[in-house]
Design a protein around this ligand. Structure first.
Ligand code: SIN
Ligand code: MN
Length: 258
């Protein structure tokens, strides 16, 4: 017979999984997917740019784009927020940058956990993880390995800014070898994006990245050379600028597993 307290029968402990932690709110995965349903358009175009390289045009809803700007703005001015990074030669890059989740810097790469001012990056928002996870899933026909990102590098470009040709090659060699995909999100003004399998200018391809586009490069394209040649003025959705008060320019989020 079960024990009784205050005349309320108490269930036999062995029948119950009382040791299981019980949460009142949804699991992280359910939460991530719920958010994502509001962020992804039901109709979007896909362009195959190469093996393991897919561009989803108009992937993000207006609401998703607004949410992303607002999430970034929440952290933009605090410790770990946007700064003007330099390269190895001490020259300033022509963009502003901040990281979520982990620190990456053009000079110190992944070596440091804190910036020189002592600040650490803010946590990687679970909405960003969800976005990357779902976008990779949408590209699955290419046999891209799935991955959960642990870092987001956010770049903010004015219409005068740009980014030279480079490879994203500072991540763990195991992940690079497996071709773990990078997910790149474009918000605001459009960018002329260059990419190619060599640095040779003559072989580079050019594609326009517009607000709401999501580019994935993994597999055989994981070490693709890429850069931002130009930000187009008078481009981008005016409703996004009005609603977020984003002061023009382009926001790019690069999500990956370091
Ligand atoms: C990057 O490669 O770091 C950013 C690319 C982009 O802004 O589209
Ligand atoms: Mn890059």
């Amino acid at each position: 017979m079960s024990k009784q307290y205050h005349n309320i029968p108490c269930p036999n402990i062995e029948d119950e999984s009382e040791a299981e932690p019980f949460s009142l709110i949804m699991t992280d995965k359910v939460r991530r997917n719920l958010v994502f349903d509001r962020w992804r358009n039901s109709i979007f175009d896909r362009k195959e740019l190469g093996p393991g390289m897919v561009l989803f045009k108009n992937y993000l809803t207006h609401m998703g784009q607004v949410d992303i700007v607002n999430i970034c703005q929440k952290w933009a001015m605090g410790p770990g927020g946007f700064y003007h990074p330099s390269n190895r030669n001490g020259a300033k890059l022509r963009l502003h940058m901040m990281c979520f989740g982990r620190l990456w810097d053009p000079v110190t790469k992944y070596e440091k956990s804190y910036r020189s001012d002592g600040s650490a990056p803010p946590p990687l928002p679970y909405e960003f993880i969800s976005l990357a996870e779902n976008a990779i899933q949408d590209a699955q026909v290419h046999g891209l390995p799935s991955t959960l990102p642990d870092i987001c590098v956010a770049n903010l470009y004015s219409i005068y800014d740009r980014l030279g040709l480079h490879q994203d090659c500072d991540e763990h060699v195991g992940g690079l070898d497996r071709g773990l995909p990078v997910v790149s999100i474009s918000i605001g003004n459009s960018a002329e994006f260059l990419y190619g399998h060599t640095r040779d200018e003559n072989t580079l391809e050019k594609v326009l990245l517009e607000s709401g586009d999501v580019l994935i490069f993994g597999g055989k394209s994981r070490l693709i050379f890429h850069g931002v040649k130009k930000i187009l003025s008078d481009s981008g959705p005016s409703q996004l600028f009005q609603e977020t008060l984003l002061k023009g320019g382009r926001l790019n989020l690069t999500l990956k597993h370091h």
